[in-house]
Design a protein around this ligand. Structure first.
Ligand SMILES: *Cc1c(COP(=O)(O)O)cnc(C)c1O
Length: 360
């Protein structure tokens, strides 16, 4: 069952934002990151738009890569968590899916599982993220080991991931880059280090393959939370209609917990979107929504299917009018800040029951 709330996707903004990646990292290959249903925008929908423009697609798991191959996409696919077992390993080789190899058990499977064709591998080094990857000090030994493995296309791509790229001035970034460069010095193979934040702010990390995610969707990867500053355009415009307008008196309260008390006679608009649609429940009073092109503040708690907004300064607003929760004129980054989270979280959390509409 679909709701009146809709996520309107301007697909042209994906193309524009990929162009920003190419401007910021000229000459590099672009592995467009479309994991997690393309950050909530739809895996295949986004893949169709970006396939002519990207050099490859990165996803988290084998199921996502299979869905892309199944839909006929022939470009390079990278599975960033790699294979979990011999079945997935054989499948990756059969379907020409590139895998990240990040731990010992995967190396053992590679040595013992017969493959129908050679496998493309990205070797992941942990240079400070403390999550996936081999210790950087083992790079040379791993390289030697892989070279003896006839089932692997030589040489592998060297990969790492930065923990603090959204704050480019932090010393951890230079430390990770130093560690990566020292560990891989003299070893053959292309390099990949950069996510969106690094693409925009750490040119030293660009390497051969860049891995943009969030910037493709038009949100800022940096702590500034200002996508326009980086020339990015929002893809998703989340909207819902006004379903009621009520006049309240001074002192009346609005919503669960009676957390908002009208400081003046107040024209309260009820908008048909709530936390069950993916609008964050924790945003405070005063969080902006757009009514037409101007801002109105949220008042009271976010309910499951509704929010309430102060329309006193919007006398022209009428039942049925669309309200924008984020999109053009109101970056998702700003709502994420109000919710004390990041844009990624909000975009990925938009619920299935929200209808999706698209324009080129
Ligand atoms: C998700 C992910 C990216 C993309 O990160 P953004 O911050 O969205 O650009 C790049 N590399 C890896 C390993 C990832 O997991």
């Amino acid at each position: 069952m679909k709701r009146a709330a809709r996520a309107h996707l301007r697909l042209g903004a994906l193309e524009h934002n990929l162009g920003r990646v190419r401007e910021a990292a000229p000459g590099r290959r672009v592995m467009a990151v479309i994991k997690a249903e393309a950050y909530g925008h739809g895996l295949l929908r986004v893949a169709h738009v970006l396939a002519p423009l990207a050099d490859g697609f990165a996803v988290s798991c084998m199921d996502e890569a299979e869905a892309l191959r199944g839909a006929g996409f022939r470009l390079p696919l990278l599975v960033m968590q790699g294979f979990k077992n011999d079945r997935e390993l054989r499948q990756a080789a059969r379907e020409d899916i590139t895998v990240v190899v990040h731990d010992e058990s995967q190396l053992r499977l590679l040595e013992t599982t017969p493959l129908s064709s050679p496998l493309q591998v990205w070797l992941k080094l942990d240079t400070g993220m403390g999550r996936l990857g081999f210790s950087a000090t083992r790079a040379a030994a791993l390289h030697g080991g892989l070279q003896r493995c006839a089932q692997v296309v030589q040489p592998p791509v060297w990969m790492t991931h930065l923990a603090c790229a959204d704050e480019p001035e932090r010393p951890e970034n230079a430390a990770q880059l130093n560690r990566f460069e020292a560990a891989t010095q003299g070893l053959s193979g292309l390099r990949s280090l950069a996510n969106s934040a690094s693409i925009l702010a750490l040119p030293r990390s660009h390497g051969d393959w860049v891995r943009p995610g969030i910037m493709l969707y038009g949100a800022s990867p940096l702590a500034d939370r200002d996508p326009a500053r980086h020339g990015l355009e929002p893809v998703m415009h989340l909207q819902a209609p006004l379903v009621a307008i009520q006049d309240r008196s001074l002192g009346d309260t609005v919503g669960y917990g009676a957390t908002f008390q009208c400081p003046r006679p107040t024209r309260v608009g009820v908008v048909a979107i709530g936390y069950a649609d993916g609008y964050p429940r924790h945003v405070p009073n005063g969080t902006p929504v757009l009514v037409g092109a101007s801002r109105a503040p949220l008042i009271g708690r976010v309910s499951m299917d509704m929010i309430t907004v102060d329309l006193t300064d919007h006398p022209q607003a009428a039942v049925g009018d669309p309200v924008t929760l984020w999109g053009e004129g109101l970056p998702v980054d700003e709502i994420a800040a109000a919710a004390e989270t990041i844009s990624y979280d909000l975009l990925c959390a938009v619920a299935d029951r929200v209808q999706v509409t698209t324009q080129p």
